[in-house]
Write a protein that binds this ligand. Structure first.
Ligand code: GDP
Ligand code: MN
Length: 385
């Protein structure tokens, strides 16, 4: 789960990292008064709380010298559309003077099964671009979780990045705090960009991106709280109460429903070999009942632009006849002309097939490969029209 900037900032502050004083604005009434009441001094920075990179360039980071300008910015920016994202909240923060903009992040490096620190003096901008144009400007070091952030790692980053020992203590302090947060909050990413050096020589986190491993949410109630205020894909939110995992993929006409992520990934791979991208995948998990299957099919079919659904079920605890009942009820209520290709295997297969045979708009196939071919056939037919 990705946090919004102000939420990342709250976690930073909790770990003693320096962030500027700020206030979240969620309505247009009395914006200037709220900024004042929060004790902020002008100039302030007003920032759209949306999960896109490069908000600055897109007009989502604005500077206000006084209350009148702040009011104007809030009026224009709040509830506007920024690169396809609705701005539901703004963060107003005191504006820092900046002498330098650095980049610092800790991410989970799956190749080495450890956290990795990335540091660069070319901060503020897109780090991927810096890494591509000038790889030497990006220093990186793995962290052995048994040792944590060691002095020699900090020393290495200081020397490799060119900032030198002068900043050793300050960088070490920031790194240890960020690393503690990274570990305790089971982060996949904790990024500060820019990590700004202010005129007093202090390091301040001016922007934050934090991504927490969803599997750890059960023990992070404060992060779970945050989830409610994050703009989510509407179908992800719609699927969750049924304990269904809706995974938006790319644009396309094909939706997938299956039980288990391995099966879904195999199908996606096989479709990709046929140059077909799935628009979404819905994971039923184990032991799905007809109601749950019905909801999964309904949500999958409501994906915009979909005309083909491949349902692929390997029934162990999940019974094929339950699956078929679920599919039938959802298909019968579905709007528009949609084809459901369905493969069931396992417990009560024959009973399931009978129900499917009696359901309009469904095509039964006998294997994953056959199902993928049927999907590909439909997509090709369309092309030759
Ligand atoms: P992003 O564009 O989404 O990464 O948003 P940021 O919060 O990183 O802001 C973009 C840029 O605005 C930064 O790289 C800074 O150059 C500038 N900026 C943001 N906050 C401040 C601030 O407090 N003081 C100054 N001087 N510049 C800021
Ligand atoms: Mn930034």
């Amino acid at each position: 789960m990705k946090l919004l900037e102000y939420q990342a900032g709250e976690l930073f502050a909790k770990y003693g990292l320096r962030v500027n004083k700020g206030v979240v604005l969620a309505d247009k009434e009395n914006a200037a008064e709220k900024i004042e009441a929060a004790g902020l001094n002008y100039p302030v920075v007003i920032k759209a709380q949306v999960q896109i990179g490069g908000r600055g360039k897109a007009g989502g980071v604005r500077f206000a010298e006084n209350g009148a300008v702040a009011r104007e910015i809030v009026d224009g920016l709040l509830f506007s559309d920024l690169k396809g994202h609705r701005v539901n909240k703004l963060l107003a923060v005191e504006k820092s003077g900046i002498n330098k903009e650095w980049y610092l992040s800790i991410l989970l490096d799956r190749d080495i099964q450890s956290p990795r620190i990335i540091f660069s003096t070319s901060g503020g901008v897109d780090i991927e671009q810096t890494a591509a144009d000038n790889p030497g400007a990006v220093a990186s070091a793995p962290v052995n979780p048994l040792n944590g952030v060691t002095d020699y790692t900090v020393q290495y980053l200081c020397s490799k990045s060119g900032i030198g020992s002068e900043y050793f203590d300050k960088l070490k302090d920031v790194l240890i705090k960020l690393y503690d947060m990274f570990m305790e909050y089971s982060c996949l990413l904790a990024e500060i960009n820019p990590l700004a050096l202010d005129p007093d020589g202090e390091l301040i986190a001016l922007d934050g991106k934090v991504e927490v491993d969803d599997s750890a949410l059960y023990r992070l109630p404060d992060v779970t709280e945050y989830r409610n205020s994050i703009e989510e894909h509407p179908l992800v939110a719609e699927a969750r109460p049924f304990d269904l995992l809706y995974i938006p993929l790319s644009a396309g006409r094909v939706a997938l429903v299956s039980n288990g992520s391995g099966m879904l990934m195999s199908i996606i791979d096989l479709l990709n070999k046929e140059n077909i991208e799935a628009a979404c995948a819905v994971d039923l998990g184990g032991g799905a009942t007809r109601d749950k299957v019905g909801e999964a099919v309904r949500v999958a079919l409501s994906t915009p632009g979909i005309d083909t659904l491949f349902v692929c079920i390997f029934g162990g605890i999940t019974r094929c006849d339950e699956v078929a009942h679920g599919v039938r009820s959802a298909v019968e209520h579905a709007e528009g002309d949609k084809t459901v290709i369905i493969r069931v295997e396992g417990t009560n297969k024959e009973a399931g097939l009978e129900i499917i045979a009696a359901t309009r708009g469904t095509v039964s196939v006998d294997s994953v490969v056959e199902g993928v071919k049927a999907v590909a056939g439909r997509c090709r037919d369309e092309h030759s029209d």
